[in-house]
Design a binder for this molecule. Structure first.
Ligand code: CAA
Length: 257
């Protein structure tokens, strides 16, 4: 598929998908989201790729769902076609997906970033759920994922008032893993990609699955799930290699088996 609204390229073991609709601040229209889904699925199936970075421009990660595309839609269409259901593909990717966010991450843009495994923020990043100003509410998980990430008080204020958070506030609140200088955002994300490519694939995939389970289960069930995955990893060659390499004071060479 030839892409028109995203750029997709690989940097060694890391795929970089750049949202590329600059005139609309990367507003997430149906075509852009279809292209994003296709690219994500392709890289997830590609054995040469270990992780995926999702980024935008310096001005905008994404300014939300495309308001102009949505404005004349009516309930039966929105309900039956459920265009946002297609966005959920992001949450089905098994490899790590890192959101590298500079500029605006608003509405669906903030929700898309939160569907990724973690968010690296540039100093100029701005996060918000301003849908209330449009007479609607977040529709791609904002009321749920933001609340889990930053707690009720801050999520409720942002969703009710549409106020934006800058990168420093987002880091203090736990929405982003860390802040990096805007000009080195991609470089920093690629360093994470290099690190991930040096690790065991089964361990990485299970680590992601286990952390995500924390959002879907009780503590006791989550801990049982984690324990089984931990025990299961003792059936892998990578566990033998990783622990032997430590004991022998040498770097591990994982074979992903
Ligand atoms: N949808 C469609 N077009 C958008 C857009 C969006 N979400 N955000 C920006 N644009 C367009 C603008 O219409 C404008 O296009 P024109 O040049 O053709 O007029 C262009 O991008 C540049 O935008 P601005 O001139 O507004 O740029 P600015 O720097 O003055 O302001 C901004 C930047 C504060 C991000 C402002 O564009 C803005 O408020 N955007 C809308 C943010 C928003 O409400 N997002 C939520 C969308 S609803 C949603 O996401 C639902 C959901 O939960 C799934």
């Amino acid at each position: 598929m030839a892409y028109e609204m995203i750029l997709a390229e690989t940097h060694g073991p890391t795929a970089v998908i750049r949202l590329n609709r600059p005139k609309a601040l990367n507003a997430l229209c149906d075509q852009l989201m279809a292209e994003l889904g296709e690219a994500l699925r392709g890289y997830d199936a590609d054995d040469a790729i270990f992780s995926i970075i999702l980024t935008g421009s310096e001005k905008a990660f994404a300014a939300g769902a495309d308001i102009k595309e949505m404005k004349d839609r009516v309930f039966p269409d929105v309900y039956l076609n459920d265009f946002i259901a297609k966005w959920e593909v992001v949450t089905t990717i098994r490899k790590p997906v890192i959101a590298a966010v500079a500029g605006f991450a608003l509405g669906g843009g903030c929700e898309l970033a939160m569907m990724c495994d973690f968010i690296l923020a540039a100093e100029n990043a701005k996060f918000g759920q301003p849908e209330i100003n449009l007479g609607v509410i977040p529709g791609a998980g904002g009321t749920q994922r933001l609340t889990r990430a930053v707690g009720k008080a801050k999520a409720m204020e942002l969703v009710l008032t549409g106020r934006f958070m800058d990168a420093a506030e987002a880091e203090r609140a736990g929405l982003v893993s860390r802040i990096v200088p805007t000009e080195t955002l991609l470089e920093e994300a690629l360093k994470v990609g290099e690190k991930l490519a040096s690790l065991s694939r089964p361990a990485t995939a299970m680590a992601k699955e286990a952390v995500n389970r924390a959002f879907e289960s009780t503590l006791a069930e989550g801990i049982r799930f984690e324990r089984r995955l931990f025990q299961g990893l003792f059936a892998t060659a990578d566990q033998k290699e990783g622990m032997s390499a430590f004991a022998e004071k040498r770097p591990a060479q994982f074979t992903h088996g």
